[in-house]
Design a protein around this ligand. Sequence first.
Ligand SMILES: Cc1cc2nc3c(=O)[nH]c(=O)nc-3n(C[C@H](O)[C@H](O)[C@H](O)COP(=O)(O)OP(=O)(O)OC[C@H]3O[C@@H](n4cnc5c(N)ncnc54)[C@H](O)[C@@H]3O)c2cc1C
Length: 456
Amino acid sequence: MSAPPRPRVVIVGAGFGGLWAARALAQTPVDALLVDRNNYHAFLPLLYQVAAAELEPEDIAYPVRSILRTLRHARFALADVEAIDLAGRVVKATERSIPYDFLILATGSVSHFFGVPGAARYAFPLKTMEQGIGLRNHILGCFERAAHEPSAEGRRRAVTFAIVGGGPTGVEFAGALAELIRGPLLRDFPGLDTREVCVVLLEARESIPPGLPESLRAYTEGRLRRMGVEVRVRAVVAEVTPHAVHLRDGTVIPTETVVWTAGVRGDPSARAWGLPTVADGRVKVLPTLQVPNHPEVYVVGDLASVEEGGRALPMVAPVAIQQGVAAARNILRQVRGADPQPFRYRDRGTMVAIGRNAAVACLGRRRFSGFPAWIVWLSVHIFKLIGFRNRLLVMINWAWDYLFYERAVRLILPLQARPSSQPAAEVRHPPGPGQAAEESGGAPKPGPDGPKPSAL
Ligand SMILES: Cc1cc2nc3c(=O)[nH]c(=O)nc-3n(C[C@H](O)[C@H](O)[C@H](O)COP(=O)(O)OP(=O)(O)OC[C@H]3O[C@@H](n4cnc5c(N)ncnc54)[C@H](O)[C@@H]3O)c2cc1C
């Protein structure tokens, strides 16, 4: 008698949620197929270092096929998912349809511009590897342009960098950018007047990074200021244009670079695929992570809206990882005929790197800042990176930077280059689905911080 067919679990998205789900299913009586539009898993918590020319893209990415190579019963398919037939249990991807018995959706989130006019069009989001590389090219290009710009006004605009959102990503990027500029770039461009260079961090709320204890917020703000970052709190962005960011209080900051780290929302595809979403675009799931009326469909990570203690869980890597594993275990329970269990998040804490020798960490009841927090931050990130090679490369780059105040990565890749006469975003990111509506929509409001910090 032949063995009964193995249930097929299709996982869409090889980020933290999807990859950990695939790993948890690999040695079990199901066949897992992991689908992603990219052939790599990206370690997004270090993406800001790619944008700040500290790490190469390949230092923080790892080929999914290599990760799955040793796992029996877990396969990978490179495909962009375009639709899901929930009734027919079929994932429709580019040039192929993939049937499933169980589905785990882990397609993550996108930048949220809160309807601020011009933001979706002219600001640089920082969510994908392409965006990280594009931003790095743009920043390096700004210095090249400033080097031969005759007018002081034009030079100042070229080397003013506005970061919107004083959450962890904004803080980390502001610190890394300030160190890139004050170290290697001003040495590369000795003709530039340092007084013309400006990194400004704009936060709509009272302090940065929101959500951390007061002492750690004060340390973060003070440290950034000492590093030369202009921190503006209660600064609500009203409009972004190709050449300036306008604040609600009437301030205009001339700049060609507005980096948007002010908010994220669930991947808008989920709604188009017929899944029930809430206001922030995330899919409303049951406590078991299943989609209501579809016990065979799970949603995990940034895309899932799960409440604990009356609040939605944050969009951070540990939530995605734990949910990926929990969804995999629930599927195995269903295969055995048992009931799925509700998901419980174990929060291990929060960390934010500010710069050289400086970080803040809140682990359980312990709060610390400065060098000890920085060492913990470095160790956790090295430990969590996938692949020995990546860990080694990141350590070498960090050590090089630390010892010589030098960044190895300063190439402007022609692939991402754009004519300087064109507004950045016209080439970079024309409004995608939903963005045009966002631009015309309602009054701008302060957004939540971007991806929240975590101890990973
Ligand atoms: C710059 C930055 C810094 C961050 N810093 C931290 C931090 O310090 N600590 C922390 O805990 N979290 C941090 N986060 C948040 C963390 O990275 C996310 O919470 C986490 O990645 C979410 O995991 P996920 O699996 O839900 O989605 P992702 O990791 O975003 O993975 C989604 C995957 O789905 C794929 N995909 C999307 N749509 C499709 C489609 N239609 N077809 C096929 N594939 C698709 C994508 O290619 C991607 O691989 C940061 C995020 C960013 C962007």
